[in-house]
Design a protein. Structure first.
Length: 623
């Protein structure tokens, strides 16, 4: 027996197998990167073969499921299955290449989009026996395309709805976009400009210079911004255009076109002109105004002042003081507690005005009337203030002199009343007493009955005259006022008034001031009360009167209220004075003489309230 060994060189075969495996790995890698799988369908054996990537597209691992054409189509969206079956049947029947897109439903419910491309192979008899092709997951590509389409549509809408005129050209300055605002600015319709060279369009619009700026953007890639003026052909009015020309570049920074942006700024330019004119007028008013005008920072620092301010303050032009403006005011504003100032800062009140004293450069205090208003910058910067200062020093001096004259006249009047009361007491009253005593002495004589009656009657008449004169003396100078205070004086007068007018009931609510108030204040309030009760008795037709006097740490309050017929309150005190009614006018003047305020509330059929407020403690200037 012999053993035969056969040797065969398989090097080339092994190398071919290695190369084939290598190519398969490369193919699988390429398919996984591109999301492309391949498939084969042998109609004779009804065998369907997939690559690994196609399994992944379907959402499975290779070998996880047994596949056939019915199963593969069954994984598609139910709406796509009939269409795919019809395409495959047509390809098999006619031996044509085919393609379709369908929606896959993965095991986890995720929907993917698959693009399929296929070819057919026939046998010798011309019958299709084999199909093969590729399948690609194009979900991300499809979504990116849809996003791009939406972005393009959005961009077109932005361009069309933009308030600025926007146009686009290609490299040759041929118009490819022209939005409605551009048509409105130029009066040129979109259909008349698309596909046309903008050189002719700009020439029609008398803007040939602008075409040069567009060419600069196209040729050199520069952005040009400019502003130009044209005349409207319809009404021959001026129109101002703000223009911008920018290059459009691709990913390689090559200029592929240009973007044109025009903005009609006619209204803005008109507003700027009006603003400039307004500023010129303001400067004229600012410098020529007869009152001081000061622009203040939020902290009160003086930023700007007109000549009248320098004149009233005594500062030298054009130097501005370093101090806060509020440091020159007397009395100082109590910002935290002043409700009107807080209302100004919050915007609830437009102006804050009051009379104050301004400390001048030489140290003297000067009366001024100041009005503050808040300036709110439109750009959101810090708040500023404008102070208007009116020189009222001369007026205040005259007012002070008039008050002094009134005070002296009132004092002289009270002195005259006192002297008259004393003269009446020392003269006529004493003489009347003597006469009464003499008449009483007659009765001790032997008189007839008729003579006695006559003497008694004469004695009574003299006594009545004496009582009347004594009452006049009490009115001229109430004895209780200086000794016991305002409360006692009003009570005593109310008792006499009640006796004279029994149909009027008086209710008193009086603070026991005793002698705590200066005599001139007591006398003023007493005279007001006296005059008002006299008015009530003469004109009010009242049945009840309430007199209230209060005194606290802030004010003195005298209030007289009746339930009479009331009346229309005059707008000015001069009106009742012209009609000869001096009671109310005199009461108001008396209140002002002691630094108080006189208020009158009344209406027909509603009675009357007289209210006098005097700040307390009293100011020295009224002493």
């Amino acid at each position: 027996k012999h053993t035969v060994f056969l040797f065969h060189d398989t090097t080339a075969l092994k190398e071919a197998e290695r190369n084939l495996k290598k190519r398969n790995r490369q193919l699988e890698f390429a398919q996984s990167v591109t999301n492309i799988g391949s498939w084969e369908w042998d109609l004779r054996s009804e065998t369907l073969t997939w690559t690994d990537e196609l399994y992944r597209i379907y959402g499975y691992d290779k070998g996880e499921v047994d596949i056939d054409i019915k199963w593969a189509i069954g994984r598609m969206h139910s709406e796509d299955q009939p269409r795919v079956e019809a395409l495959l049947s047509h390809a098999i029947a006619h031996g044509e290449a085919f393609g379709y897109q369908c929606r896959l439903i993965r095991p986890n419910g995720e929907e993917r989009i698959m693009d399929v491309r296929g070819h057919t192979r026939k046998n010798g008899e011309g019958k299709v026996v084999y199909l093969w092709g590729t399948a690609q997951d194009v979900t991300d590509i499809r979504r990116a395309h849809e996003e791009r389409e939406r972005a393009l549509l959005f961009s077109e809408r932005i361009i069309d709805q933009n308030l600025h005129g926007i146009a686009a050209v290609n490299q040759n300055a041929i118009c490819i976009a022209w939005n409605p605002t551009m048509s409105k600015i130029t009066d040129i319709a979109r259909q008349d400009v698309l596909g046309q060279s903008l050189e002719s369009i700009f020439n029609r619009y008398n803007a040939a210079e602008q075409y040069k700026y567009l060419l600069k953007a196209l040729r050199y890639g520069e952005t040009v911004e400019t502003e130009f003026k044209v005349f409207d052909r319809e009404d021959d009015s001026e129109k101002f255009i703000e223009a911008r020309y920018a290059p459009l570049v691709n990913d390689h920074q090559d200029v592929i076109g240009g973007l044109i942006m025009w903005n009609d700024v006619t209204e803005r330019q008109t507003a700027v002109r009006e603003l400039q004119k307004s500023e010129e007028n303001f400067r004229t008013i600012f410098n020529a105004a007869g009152m001081g005008i000061v622009q203040l920072a939020e902290d009160g620092k003086i930023m700007r002042a007109n000549p009248s301010w320098y004149e009233v303050s005594g500062h030298r032009f054009p130097q501005l003081p370093e101090n806060s403006f509020f440091d020159f005011l007397r009395p100082k504003i109590k910002f935290e507690t002043d409700p009107q100032w807080q209302a100004l800062l919050s915007g609830d009140q437009r102006l804050y005005s009051r009379e104050m004293k301004l400390k001048k450069m030489d140290g003297t205090n000067w009366w001024v009337y100041i009005t503050f208003t808040l300036l709110r910058p439109s750009g959101g910067g810090k708040r500023q203030m404008l102070a208007l200062i009116k020189d009222i020093h001369q007026r205040k001096s005259v007012e002070a002199e008039l008050k002094e004259i009134k005070r002296r006249l009132a004092k002289s009047r009270e002195k005259a009343r006192l002297h008259l009361a004393q003269d009446l007491h020392d003269g006529p009253i004493q003489e009347l007493y003597a006469t009464i005593y003499q008449l009483q002495a007659l009765k001790r004589l032997d008189l007839t009955e008729r003579q006695n009656v006559l003497v008694d009657r004469i004695t009574d008449q003299f006594q009545q005259v004496n009582d009347t004169i004594r009452a006049i003396c009490r009115d001229l100078r109430p004895p209780t006022l200086s000794s016991f205070g305002l409360e006692s004086a009003i009570r005593a007068y109310a008792e006499r008034f009640q006796a004279l007018y029994p149909d009027i009931t008086i209710t008193l609510n009086l603070y026991p001031d005793q002698q705590s108030l200066p005599e001139y204040v007591r006398l003023t309030l007493y005279r007001i009360c006296q005059e008002m009760l006299s008015n009530i008795a003469k004109h009010a037709q009242a049945t009840r009167v309430l007199i209230r006097f209060e005194m606290n740490d802030h004010q003195l309050l005298l209030e007289i209220q009746d339930n009479g017929q009331g009346f229309e309150v005059p707008e000015k005190w001069i009106e009742p004075a012209r009609d000869g009614h001096f009671g109310l006018v005199g009461a108001a003047e008396r209140a002002e003489e002691v630094g108080g305020q006189f208020a009158l509330l009344s209406s027909p059929g509603r009675g009357t309230i007289i209210r006098v407020n005097i700040p307390y403690p009293l100011e020295d200037k009224y002493e």
